[in-house]
Design a binder for this molecule. Structure first.
Ligand SMILES: Cc1ncc(COP(=O)(O)O)c(C=O)c1O
Length: 429
């Protein structure tokens, strides 16, 4: 979360805007995203990585928050886009993103998606497995195209984050194993395939990492692979993709991590390795998602029922919940919150913030302190909801998804309109 700012009316200010006024004007639940913050983070990526190192590039992992608006902002700032499906590619293209700066991920791309990506000249395919490699080559041949690829490697590193967001373990649905015969089968196929241009390797060790230990371990492993495949197969790696996973501060007490805290160590290793082993510096990609948008967003809710069970707890129910933010139920993710219209009040009322779904697990914050004078009708702000909220939202219980407003220099514009009940049945025949 970011520093809390309160105005003269005792209202929470976010991105230069009075959050209570935003709730009045646009309704709740409401995603509020601060464009200036996204721009700042993109510029930091440029100065701390892209401009600092030769051959360094960044693609925004758009799964974190993919709207046309956000794709446009990030594209304008010079980043490419990491996409994971035909749908994400479609929206990114609609936003005007440069296809050559797009990377297409996923562990089970369909033929239809591969065809769409090839037809639109997507810059890189990150190929996850042999089945997919064969399919990409075949589809490219049919279209008389060449697919430029990076092969995703499972580095076998335990990233210490929640099991569901750690992707680099040996037991992982992502990537090819490092076992010599497994990886060489895939690499050889890629080198022999007429419609594949193998550029290098990709790894991603996990998400919401607060130190660089796992990244550095994975880096050593991948550099070992780079050396081995030159010796064994004569393949000289031209590109390395280090994935994303750089963590952000969600709750009090957590550190703020700088991008360099991750990238400098890895770049140091790459540079030394190349010097010592006579390699040209490869093109290095990073794929930050959460790091760019996590703290760019908040969610505003209206407080409804407040139920105190004596000697047990007080449940504060809001007009959203797991459909707009499934992270607590998926990963036991933790959040901070404040009563936006009473942001100057003493926060000493211990409560559980829960959603409105027919599901006991629909708890947004298990335990938090809210304003002592909290009452129904208040506006509750949950911080750090920029990443993996809107993009993971559902319509469980036929709850329409919230609107999103984008703030620029404190001025709001509607970025995504609120879903209606009519929208909910549009596709039903
Ligand atoms: C391959 C890959 N790259 C990048 C990311 C972005 O991760 P984060 O948002 O933690 O930076 C992910 C997220 O799961 C991923 O799987």
């Amino acid at each position: 979360m970011r520093e809390i700012e309160v105005n003269r009316d005792g209202h929470l200010v976010f991105g230069g805007a009075d959050t209570v006024k935003l709730a009045e004007e646009y309704g709740t639940p409401l995603y509020v995203v601060d464009e200036n913050y996204i721009v700042e983070r993109c510029r930091e990526i440029k100065s701390a990585f892209m401009d600092k190192y030769p051959n360094a590039t960044a693609v925004y992992a758009s799964k974190a928050l993919q709207t046309i608006d956000v794709c446009r902002i990030v594209t304008r700032e010079g980043l490419g886009l990491d996409t994971v499906s035909g749908g994400e590619i479609y929206a990114a293209l609609k936003a005007g993103a440069d296809p050559q700066k797009m990377v297409f991920h996923g562990n089970n791309k369909t033929k239809e998606e591969i065809k769409f990506a090839l037809e639109n000249n997507i810059g890189r395919f990150v190929v996850d497995n042999l089945y997919e490699l064969v399919l990409v080559n075949k589809t490219a041949a049919e279209l008389e195209k060449t697919a430029s690829i990076q092969i995703r490697i499972t580095p076998g590193v335990d990233s210490h984050t929640h099991k569901f967001i750690s992707t680099g373990n040996i037991d992982s649905k992502f990537g090819i194993s490092l076992k010599k015969e497994d990886r060489n089968e895939v690499i050889k196929y890629a080198l022999d395939a007429a419609n594949i241009d193998l550029k290098g390797f990709h790894f991603h060790v996990g998400s919401q990492l607060m130190d660089n230990e796992a990244h550095l371990m994975a880096m050593d492993i991948i550099l070992g692979l780079v050396k081995d495949v030159r010796e064994e197969l004569g393949f000289v790696t031209k590109e390395l993709n280090l994935g994303g996973g750089f963590g952000v501060r969600y709750v009090d007490g957590e550190e703020t991590v700088r991008l360099e805290d991750f990238t400098d160590g890895m770049m140091g290793k790459i540079n030394r390795f190349c010097e010592e082993n006579g390699f040209e510096l490869p093109m290095v990609y990073i794929e930050p998602g959460r790091w760019i948008v996590g703290n760019a967003g908040i969610t505003l809710y209206t407080v409804g029922s407040i139920k105190t069970i004596p000697d047990i707890k007080t449940y504060v129910a809001v007009d959203g919940g797991m459909p707009d933010n499934p992270r607590p139920i998926l990963y036991q993710a933790e959040y901070e919150s404040v009563v936006a219209n009473k942001a100057a009040s003493k926060a000493n009322k211990t409560v559980s913030v829960v959603g409105k779904c027919c599901e006991s697990g629909d708890v947004l914050i298990e335990k938090t302190e809210l304003a002592e004078d909290l009452e129904s009708g208040d506006i509750l702000c949950v911080f750090t909801t920029g990443a993996y909220n809107y993009s993971m939202a559902s319509n469980y219980n036929r709850i329409p998804r919230p609107a999103m407003v984008m703030l620029k220099d404190g001025k709001a514009r509607l970025s995504v309109r609120r879903e209606t009940w009519e929208d909910l049945i549009l596709r039903e025949i």
